[in-house]
Design a protein around this ligand. Structure first.
Ligand code: CP
Length: 380
């Protein structure tokens, strides 16, 4: 996991506006780059310090998070879904941009693990009096925070926070840059669906080999999508093939380093893929000015009922939410059996429990099986 500045070669925008540059060195993180990318269950990752970018996790690191999620996911399904794993720890939920899924699932995840949660809302804070991001996070840290979960409209803001405070930092979505826990929950959901299709349940025997050769179409507003950036990195790391399908105006300024195929013909791509991942048209980020009209976009790139019928049996439909129903995805498609949108949301809680656990337990984090046994998880 990264403690450094924004480092991905996929960053299309600078980090301006993330707050005040402070000139201090970024805290070094024990990364997980040494584990070779391969399928199955690679060696456990090094302790995590921050989660700022998917680029900082190799195949072993991703697999480790997914495997820990297996154990914690069973806890979520219990009648009393709470374990003491993070008792005495404090998680700060610092969302300087709107969110429903990510904020609530992180806060739920922290509470499921018995951590204390400090929820920071800019609208009712001293930010309204002009307090800077740096002064704000340093003030909160002075109260005793172990982890900051940060969403911000500026790319690089979570990396800046990681330099300012002596606490773990999770990027919960920064500008057009990245949204790594979304990519992790998406990978978890894909692995879960693939295992079910083979009649298997998740556990130690189900690794990440299902991603090798998997073909995923990522459709829509790639240019403005932090979700796409993190997902493409994760899929490439795990050995999957990605095809971006978007109008030229919504392609990133450069695709150097992405390792993807590109198409503008959604009808031709759909029968070829195992997963179609529909992106939200980011109208609040000015997407409208890149398109003649939402109607024309929908005609060329919307996942309509007619188009969904072109998918192969077993192919799944994903969307990070919130959805613009009737624009990038038809109502009926969003709700059809092959759509796993709500499953993505449900898995988000367990994945974020795993991320918080691995960050806050540090070198004392138990191996996934051992963690499962300590929590009384069946089959661990
Ligand atoms: N997928 C996602 O990030 O949703 P929210 O904006 O609701 O958190």
């Amino acid at each position: 996991m990264s403690g450094g500045p924004v480092s991905s070669d996929l960053v299309a925008h600078d980090t301006a506006g993330a707050g005040e540059a402070d000139g201090r060195d970024a805290r070094e993180s024990p990364g997980v780059h040494s584990t070779p990318a391969r399928a199955g269950w690679p060696a456990p990752a090094s302790p995590m310090l921050h989660l700022l970018s998917m680029a900082d996790l190799d195949a072993g690191g991703i697999a480790h998070v997914l495997r820990v999620t297996d154990s914690l996911g069973e806890v979520v399904r219990r009648s009393i879904p709470r374990v003491p794993a993070l008792r005495g720890r404090t998680v700060v939920s610092l969302f300087a941009e709107e969110s429903t899924r990510t904020r609530l699932s992180f806060e739920t995840a922290a509470r499921r693990m018995s951590a204390d949660v400090l929820t920071f809302s800019p609208a009712t804070s001293s930010v309204k009096k002009g307090e800077s991001l740096r002064d704000t996070v340093e003030t909160i840290a002075a109260m005793g925070a172990d982890a900051f979960v940060v969403r911000h409209s500026a790319a690089g803001a979570p990396a800046r926070v990681a330099r300012w405070v002596d606490a773990h930092v999770v990027n919960a979505g920064d500008g057009w840059h990245e949204h790594p826990t979304q990519a992790l929950l998406d990978c978890y959901t894909i692995r879960q669906c693939r295992a079910e299709a083979e009649g298997r349940t998740l556990g130690a025997e189900v690794g990440t080999e299902c991603f090798v050769g998997l073909h995923v179409a990522v459709v829509g507003d790639v240019r403005h999508s932090r979700v796409a950036r993190s997902l493409v990195i994760a899929l490439r790391t795990l050995g999957a093939r990605t095809t971006l399908v978007c109008p030229g105006t919504l392609a990133p300024p450069s695709l150097e380093g992405w390792g993807v195929d590109v198409s503008q013909d959604l009808d031709a791509v759909l029968p070829e893929v195992d997963v179609v991942y529909v992106l939200r048209l980011q109208l609040e980020r000015g997407t409208g000015s890149y398109l003649p009209s939402a109607r024309e976009y929908s005609a060329g790139f919307g996942l309509t009922v007619r188009r969904a019928a072109r998918l192969a049996p077993g192919a799944i439909v994903m969307h990070p939410g919130p959805m613009n129903r009737g624009v990038e995805i038809a109502d009926e498609v969003a709700d059809m059996a092959r759509s796993v949108v709500l499953r993505q949301v449900a898995n988000g809680v367990a994945v974020r429990m795993a991320v918080l656990y691995l960050l806050l337990a540090g070198p004392n984090a138990l191996e996934a099986d051992e963690l499962g046994r300590s929590l009384g998880v069946a089959g661990a």
